[in-house]
Design a protein around this ligand. Sequence first.
Ligand SMILES: [Mg+2]
Length: 119
Amino acid sequence: MSQKILIVDDEEGIRESLKLILGDHYELILTESGIQALSCLDNAPDIGLVLMDIKMPKMNGLEILKEMKARRPDVKVIIVTGYKSVETASEAVNLGAVGYIVKPFKSEEVLEAVKSNLK
Ligand SMILES: [Mg+2]
C-alpha cells in the first residue's frame, strides 16, 4: 500500500547516500526542494513516509512539514538534519514528525527508522 518513500534534500550527496541505503529495499522518489516534494505528495498517494532535510533554500523543512501534515495528515515524516540542535528537532516533532536522524548518519540508523515507520 503506502510503501513509497519520498526523500527531500537539497544536497545531492545526501540524496545519493539515502538511495544507496534504501534503494534495494524500497521504492524511492528523490527531490531537492519543498515545492517539488509537495507536488510529489499530491501526485503519489502511495507515499507513506518522507525523509526530509531541514536546511534548504526557499522553504525550509519545518515549513514544508507543516504544509505536508495539512495536506496529508496520514503521511509519516522523519527529519534528517545536520543541525544538532535539539530545539529544531523537537520543534519538528511538535509539528508532527515521527522522529529525526542526525547527519552524518549510519546505514543501520536509517534502515531501522524506516522499518519501524513503514508497516
Ligand atoms: Mg540542506
